[in-house]
Write a protein that binds this ligand. Structure first.
Ligand code: PMP
Length: 450
C-alpha cells in the first residue's frame, strides 16, 4: 500500500499516536475513543461477516456492527456488488438520479403494513434523504417548528438524536459516556427551547404539556431508546406520546435511526407487539441500515408535512451529497437482503449471545440484567432493567472496562461504553457465537473482580 503521507503503522499503538497528532482525541467520532474503558483503540483494516480484523492482523467477533448498519454482517457480497456497480457509473452528480427513487419506493413499501382485515396502513408517504441521522432529526425538528409555528421541543433524558444544537441536552451515547450534561458552544437561548423530561414518565409528560402545551412544536423520541443502553418504552408509551402531542396540536417525531429495519422486521419498533395498535408518528427518521453502510439517512412522514420542505414549501433543507448514488445503491441492496429469515437469524443470534453472557456473569456472581428491544439488547450491571436515564446510570458501571477488555483480549469487540447497545448481524453464525461465549467466561471473571 502506498500512503500519501509516506508513513505507515504496524501496530494499533503506532497508528493511534499518529491519529492523536492529527485529529482531536485521535478519533473522528468520540464514541470510537476508548475514553471510558481505557487502552488503545483497534484500527480496523477489514471486515467480513461477523468478523473485523485490525491492522495487526488480529481478528475479532464484532458486536459493534458499524453502530447499526451492518445488519447482514460486514462486506455482504450483494451490498459490495451494488457499491461496485454504482461506482462504475460515477460517484455523484448533484442532480436527480433514479437510484434515489428506487430506495424511497423500497422504504415506503416496507413500511406499508396490511392489517388482518386487509386494510393498508402506510407508515410514511414521502421521504427526504440526507447523509446523516443528525441531519434527518435536525430537519425533522425544523419541519415540526415550521409546520406548527411553535418554538419548543420536548426530548427525553438519555435519548440521542445526533449532535445538532437543539438535541444535545442530557443526550445519550457519547454524552452519556463522557458523563456531561450537554455540549459547550450551544447558546442558552437555544438550550432553553428544548425541554428535557424523564423517559417512560407519564406524569412528566402530562405536566410539560399542561404548562407549555400551546408552545410545543414536537416531542422527539427514540422509538425504543438505545443510546443509554437499551431502554424500551413501556407498553403503550409511544402511543401516549402520539395522543398527547396530537391533543395539543404538536407533532411526534419518532427517531428510528437506530431501530429502523433492525429492532423489528417491519422496521417499526413495537408497532404491533408493544403498542397493541399502530401509533401515529408524524415524522420518522431513519439512518444506518437504509444506507447499507454508506452515509445515508432520511426523514419520512405524511405528504402534507413533508411537502413543507423546499422546494415545495417554506422549510429549507438541502445537501450536496444527499441521495448519493453509491449510498442509495448499497441501501437498496441491504433492504432487499433484509427478509424475514434475516430477522429470524438476528433474533436467534442475539438471544444465544445474551443468554450465554448472562450465564457467564451469573456464574461469577456479577449483578446484571439484559434489556431488550426487539433483537437489540445491552447488558446493565444492575438488578433490574432500567426505565429511564437515572436508572441506567445507577449501575455498577465500573465493572464494564474489565469486562470489555476481557472480551477484547479473547477476540470479541464490544462497544467501548456501557451506555451503548450491542449489534449482532444475521452473519453471526454458531462459530462466531461460540467464540463470544468462550470469551464470556474470562470476561465475566474480570468483571467480578473489578
Ligand atoms: N438518532 C439515533 C437514535 C441514533 O442512534 C443516532 C446515531 N447513533 C443518530 C440519530 C445520529 O445519526 P448520525 O450519527 O448518522 O448522525
Amino acid at each position: 500500500t502506498r500512503f500519501v503521507s509516506g508513513r505507515t503503522s504496524a501496530t494499533n499503538a503506532e497508528a493511534f499516536e499518529r491519529a492523536l497528532a492529527v485529529s482531536p482525541g485521535g478519533v473522528n467520532s468520540p464514541v470510537r475513543a476508548f475514553g471510558s474503558v481505557g487502552g488503545t483503540p483497534r484500527f480496523l483494516a477489514s471486515g467480513r461477516g461477523p468478523y473485523v480484523t485490525d491492522i495487526e492482523g488480529t481478528q475479532y467477533v464484532d458486536l459493534v456492527g458499524q453502530w447499526g448498519p451492518a445488519l447482514l454482517g460486514h462486506a455482504h457480497p450483494d451490498v459490495i456488488a451494488a457499491a461496485h456497480a454504482a461506482v462504475d457509473h460515477g460517484l455523484g452528480f448533484g442532480a436527480v438520479s433514479t437510484g434515489e427513487v428506487d430506495l424511497a419506493e423500497l422504504v415506503l413499501d416496507r413500511l406499508t403494513l396490511t392489517a388482518p382485515d386487509g386494510t393498508e396502513r402506510r407508515g410514511i408517504e414521502k421521504l427526504r434523504l440526507t447523509s446523516t441521522g443528525t441531519e434527518a432529526t435536525m430537519t425533522a425538528i425544523r419541519l415540526a417548528r415550521g409546520a406548527t409555528g411553535r418554538p419548543l421541543l420536548v426530548k427525553f433524558a438519555g435519548h440521542y438524536h445526533g449532535h445538532s444544537d437543539s438535541l444535545l441536552s442530557e443526550a445519550g451515547s457519547g454524552i452519556a459516556t463522557l458523563g456531561i450534561p450537554g455540549s459547550a458552544g450551544i447558546t442558552p437561548e437555544t438550550a432553553a427551547q428544548t425541554i428535557v423530561i424523564p423517559y417512560n414518565d407519564e406524569a412528566a409528560l402530562a405536566e410539560v404539556f399542561a404548562r407549555h402545551g400551546d408552545r410545543i412544536a414536537a416531542v422527539i423520541t427514540e422509538a425504543a431508546a438505545a443510546n443509554m443502553g437499551v431502554v424500551p418504552p413501556k407498553p403503550g408509551f409511544n402511543r401516549l406520546l402520539a395522543d398527547t402531542a396530537h391533543a395539543h396540536g404538536a407533532l411526534l417525531i419518532s427517531d428510528e435511526v437506530m431501530t429502523g429495519f433492525r429492532a423489528t422486521a417491519a422496521g417499526w419498533w413495537g408497532l404491533e407487539e408493544r403498542e397493541g395498535a399502530p401509533y401515529d408518528a408524524d415524522l420518522t427518521t431513519f439512518g444506518k441500515i437504509i444506507g447499507g453502510g454508506l452515509p445515508l439517512a432520511g426523514l419520512g412522514g405524511r405528504a402534507e408535512v413533508l411537502d413543507l420542505l423546499a422546494p415545495l414549501g417554506p422549510v429549507y433543507q438541502a445537501g450536496t451529497l444527499s441521495g448519493n448514488p453509491v449510498a442509495v445503491a448499497t441501501g437498496a441492496a441491504m433492504l432487499a437482503g433484509a427478509g424475514p429469515a434475516v430477522y429470524e437469524r438476528l433474533m436467534i443470534a442475539a438471544r444465544k449471545i445474551a443468554d450465554g453472557l448472562s450465564a457467564a456473569l451469573a456464574a461469577e456472581g456479577v449483578v446484571h440484567t439484559v434489556a431488550w428491544a426487539g433483537s437489540q439488547f445491552s447488558i446493565f450491571f444492575r438488578e433490574t432493567a432500567p426505565q429511564n436515564y437515572a436508572e441506567a446510570q445507577d449501575q455498577e458501571s465500573w465493572r464494564y472496562p474489565a469486562f470489555f477488555h476481557g472480551m477484547l483480549d479473547h477476540g470479541v469487540s464490544l462497544p467501548p461504553s456501557v451506555y451503548e447497545a450491542w449489534f449482532v448481524s444475521a452473519a453471526h453464525d454458531d462459530a462466531a457465537i461460540a467464540r463470544v461465549l468462550d470469551a464470556a467466561r474470562p470476561a465475566a471473571r474480570a468483571a467480578a473482580s473489578a
